[in-house]
Design a protein around this ligand. Structure first.
Ligand code: 6PG
Length: 637
């Protein structure tokens, strides 16, 4: 999107150019600032420039325009007096001209009023003499207010649209928010939403109408016009539901696209589907980027964490745009990185969500136990969580949980009116399936999925609670004594959740040869995403691929010191009638992982006993299989 505002000196090119740039969310360049020193000297001495003087200056401006277009475009103010000068700036068809026109006397008076400008009013006549009237572009009279001029210019640009840098398909919550985020960061965007009579009509148009500050949006519901509106190579971001809808959309898009175009799937697709699609698109000569996006509606609008994988050449086409719209880490670096081959971007987003499930469930367990076991009010629990959030435990999920405990509706806590049946869209269960497929222990995060499943059986739970006379038993012990232990238990349960998720990522990465960079993954999860936290900052700073997660500085100490607290809290909860599935599974998982002499000898003996499955012996390290005829002669009566 390139706009050049021309006109003789004093017509107000800078004012109009700036106003336009603001509306189009593009950078503004004043051509005057790019003159070489010799030209400025010459003009300051009252001598007009000749054609030869202007050659290097126009070349600099043309280069600036070409460069700007790669990052979304620019508005340039430049006198452009002669047709030959304008042709040097006419870098491509995606450029619009706005020529400012006015009476010599009005301009003369304005110039006399201008201070500190090297152009002297006496040179105006030479400018008028040099001016060659163009027969294209908008002729905009300066005999009106800048606001009126801006309105006419914007109307002209709508009637004569330019090609847009990126297309977003699907104007649901995430699609709309990402599109506006792009537009705000200076990326001209074509919006598309399908037409479904009576249900989805003029959806993209409405997004434009409700966001009048963005003059860098165009709206479509006809797919061919939409594709036509995009600058080559086209960059299309799909923000539509995962699953069959993605394949159906690719079926429609492939014949309409040209080799080298890029399609990005920014939804929560299953990574194996993404892998298949990468190959399919490659065969069609197209780039495909399966890309995880985390942060919910607000993140998408203001700065999400972005996890693109797949085709590295495709990534190069949008790296700059993604960097602009993403959240920034503590050092100001964008929370986006090229994750790796195939479906690895969607894979890590899936595991991110699995950890998210675990983190949410631990908080839910704690809130419930504190309220109905320890008898705390919602406000008290909120205060406890807020306090924790001020220190090392800070996390986005902790913060929103502390918030929601204060939210009232008609004087009552909204939370208590929300039906206790948790929804899920699949990412948690896919992670669990993947862990099973790779033989990775996953019980803590598996329990977060199972807990949502159990919550869904509301009718049965209500009936069983009567049948089996279940009630929460109030905890009689002092909250004050327990609170530090609960905090340590919470901290350790979170460490376990993260270890489980990172271990799954490492295992699959090794098996697939993806060479995932875990410091970098943790870094892009330190901001923007749902599981951003102080712990993630620690992981990002201290975790290296060849180091065991539990040995990260500060984590190791907690594993040693806090496991008693987690075990005690789980024990207390269970004996008072509280299901604490993730925390229970967490402490079991941890104890299992750090136990040198486990109960598995019993399993091996049982297997050999009933099925001659053989076992290995501690006193024979050769790997040899042993079998025993387990007769019952040793039984005692
Ligand atoms: C995110 C979220 C986002 C979505 C979850 C909800 O990272 O921004 O994870 O992707 O809100 O997928 O998933 P469930 O509906 O399965 O809880």
């Amino acid at each position: 999107m390139l706009v050049i505002v021309t006109g003789v000196s004093g017509t107000g090119k800078t004012t109009i150019g700036n106003l336009l740039a603001e509306k189009l969310h593009l950078p503004f360049f004043d051509g005057d600032h790019f003159h070489p020193a010799e030209n400025i000297d010459k003009m300051s001495q009252g001598h007009p420039l000749d054609d030869l003087d202007r050659v290097p200056w126009l070349q600099t401006l043309a280069d600036k325009l070409t460069d700007s277009e790669k990052t979304g475009g620019a508005v340039l103010a430049c006198s452009g007096l002669k047709e030959s000068y304008r042709q040097k700036l006419n870098v491509n068809e995606n450029l619009r001209w706005i020529h400012l026109k006015g009476e010599r006397d009005i301009i003369w008076n304005r110039m006399l009023a201008r201070k500190n400008h090297y152009m002297k009013a006496g040179m105006l006549d030479s400018q008028f003499a040099t001016w060659e009237e163009p027969d294209y572009g908008l002729k905009l009279s300066i005999d009106q207010t800048p606001e009126e001029m801006l309105e006419i210019a914007l109307e002209y640009l709508i009637r004569n649209p330019m090609k847009m840098a990126v297309g977003v398909m699907g104007m649901g919550v995430m699609g709309k928010s990402l599109a506006l985020n792009l537009a705000e960061k200076g990326v001209p965007v074509s919006l598309y939403n399908r037409y479904v009579a009576g249900k989805e009509e003029a959806v993209a148009q409405k997004v434009m109408e409700t966001n009048p500050d963005f003059a860098n949006l165009r709206a479509f519901e006809d797919i061919e016009n939409y594709i036509e509106s995009l600058q080559a190579p086209r960059k299309i971001l799909l923000m539509i539901p995962a699953g069959a809808a993605i394949d159906a959309q690719l079926d429609t898009l492939i014949p309409l696209l040209e080799p080298g175009d890029l399609v990005i799937d920014g939804g929560n697709s299953f990574y194996k589907d993404s892998e298949r699609r990468v190959f399919r698109m490659k065969e069609a000569g197209l780039h495909f980027l399966p890309m995880g996006v985390s942060g919910g509606e607000e993140g998408a609008r203001k700065g999400p964490s972005i996890m693109p994988g797949g085709d590295p050449e495709g990534y190069a086409l949008v790296e700059d745009f993604l960097g602009r719209i993403s959240a920034k880490d503590q050092s100001g670096k964008p929370c986006v990185t090229y994750v790796g081959q195939e479906g690895s971007g969607h894979f890590i987003k899936m595991v991110h969500n699995s950890i998210e499930y675990g983190e949410m469930q631990v908080l839910a367990e704690l809130v419930h136990f504190l309220r109905f076991g320890f008898g705390c009010s919602a406000e008290q629990v909120s205060g406890i969580l807020f306090d924790w959030g001020k220190g090392e435990q800070k996390s986005f999920l902790l913060e929103i949980t502390a918030d929601l405990l204060l939210f009232k509706e008609d004087g009552d806590l909204l939370l208590d009116k929300i039906l206790d049946q948790a929804g899920q869209k699949g990412t948690g269960a896919w992670s669990l399936n993947t862990a099973l497929e790779y033989g990775i222990p996953y019980s803590p995060l598996a329990e977060a999925v199972n807990a949502r499943g159990v919550s869904g059986e509301k009718t049965m739970r209500v009936a069983y609670s009567k049948t089996f006379r279940h009630e929460f038993e109030p905890v009689k012990e002092s909250l004050e004594t327990w609170l530090p232990k609960i905090k340590y238990a919470y901290s350790l349960a979170r460490i376990i959740n993260h270890e489980v998720g990172f271990r799954l990522m490492k295992t699959v990465s090794d098996a697939q040869g993806w060479k995932l960079n875990f410091n970098e993954i943790a870094r892009i999860w330190t901001n923007g995403c749902i599981i951003r936290s102080g712990l993630m900052e620690r992981i990002s700073a201290y975790y290296s691929d060849d180091q065991s997660f539990f040995e990260i500085a500060g984590v190791k100490e907690q594993v040693i010191q806090n496991r008693g607290d987690l075990a005690a809290l789980v024990g207390l909860g269970l004996t008072h009638g509280f299901a604490l599935p993730v925390m229970s599974a967490g402490i079991n998982y941890l104890l299992g992982r750090i136990t040198a002499e486990s109960s598995a000898s019993v399993i091996q003996a049982q297997r050999d006993y009933f099925g001659a499955h053989t076992y290995q012996r501690k006193d024979d390290l050769s790997g040899q299989a042993h079998h025993t005829l387990w007769n019952t002669s040793f039984r005692t009566e």
